[in-house]
Structure formats: C-alpha cells, structure tokens
Design a protein around this ligand. Structure first.
Ligand code: PRP
Length: 178
C-alpha cells in the first residue's frame, strides 16, 4: 500500500510565527549565556536552522545522531548515540533541539546521557509534541505545537527519508490505490 500527502496540519506561516516566538524566548532566557544548541539529527536540522536565525544572541550549534538497538526506537525502546557531539558541553548552557517528541524515549535517554557530561544547564526545545504517545515522562522546556497522534511529515520530518524539505507539516495518508 502506498502513501500520499494528506491535509496540511501546520502551514508554513504558522510555523514561521511560532519559531520567531521561540527564538525571542531563547534570546531573552539565554542572554549573556552563550548557549550551545544541540540539534538531534536528522529531523531537527530544518527547525534548528530557522530557530538560530530567529535569535539575536551569541550562540553555538552542534549535532548529535541517535539510533536504536534492535530495530526502531519504538520497538526496542533502547537508544544509542550513532554520531556524538564534536565539543565538550561541560559548564555550557545546553539546549537540545528536537523536531518531535513521541514516546519520549529518545529525549529521555539524551537528557540522561548529556547530564553526565556536567553542563551548566540542560533544557529542551521541541517543535512538535505528540503528547498522546508519551511512554516516558519527560520535561519539555519549550514546545512549538502539541499535535494529535497522526503520522506527520515535512519541515524536517520524513517518511522513508522523504518529505523533509516541505515548508509545512502535513499528515501522511495511506493510499489504497497504491
Ligand atoms: C524522531 C525524532 C526524535 C524521535 C522521537 O527521530 O526526531 O529523535 O524520533 O521519538 P521518541 O520520542 O518515540 O523517542 P527519527 O527516529 O524519526 O529520526 P530522524 O530525525 O533522523 O528522522
């Protein structure tokens, strides 16, 4: 069975407006702190790219990639780092940037892992919160939008590697016609 793009859940203008607000919040909360934004590959790249341009404070960015042991994060629930940060985060004000929080397992693992590296502070900004799906309780410090439990693509989120380049977020629907 194939898939096709369904309705637009969050239009580009709506995303842009919310990203500007999040950028203002970060600029205010991290003024004078030279924060390090940590993008979680690959989905968060698009969001991070726009978010940093919505801030007006000195900051740095780095990236981390996560995978899972034995299939998907969803089936195993066990997360591993497949590409680590390129810098030390000791005594840095760290903000993890995620595109979507689903079960919460990835961000929960990442927070625990990064905390052992003794950052000055550690917070999370997530564009999308699929809160209905949560299996692990985790505090999110900044959230763009809370969304229903639907498979969504666009603005960094993919289906089999595709659709990340859409400027909006849309539902992906099963196409019985193939
Ligand atoms: C997504 C998202 C989070 C994770 C959230 O990444 O970017 O890292 O899943 O799910 P969880 O809360 O259930 O752990 P994905 O595995 O789709 O990888 P990608 O960002 O490279 O597309």
């Amino acid at each position: 069975m194939g898939h096709r793009l369904g309705r637009v859940l969050i239009a580009h203008e709506e995303i842009a407006r919310r990203v500007r607000e999040l950028g203002l919040s970060l600029s205010r909360d991290y003024d004078g702190k030279n924060p390090l934004l940590v993008g979680v590959l690959k989905g968060a790249v698009v969001f991070l790219a726009d978010l940093v341009r919505a801030t007006d404070i000195p900051l740095a960015a780095d990236f981390i990639a996560v995978g899972s042991y034995g299939g998907t994060t969803r089936s195993s629930g066990v997360v591993k780092i497949t590409a680590d940060l390129s810098v030390s985060i000791e005594d840095r004000h760290v903000v993890v940037v995620e595109d979507v929080i689903d079960t919460g397992r990835t961000i929960s693992y990442l927070k625990r892992n990064l905390q052992t590296r003794r950052p000055a502070s550690l917070k999370v900004v997530a564009l999308l919160d699929k809160s209905e799906r949560r299996e692990v309780e985790v505090a999110l410090d900044y959230v763009g939008f809370t969304i229903p439990n639907e498979f969504v693509v666009g603005y960094g989120l993919d289906y089999q590697g595709f659709y990340r380049n859409l400027p909006y977020i849309a539902a992906l629907e099963e196409d019985s016609a193939g």
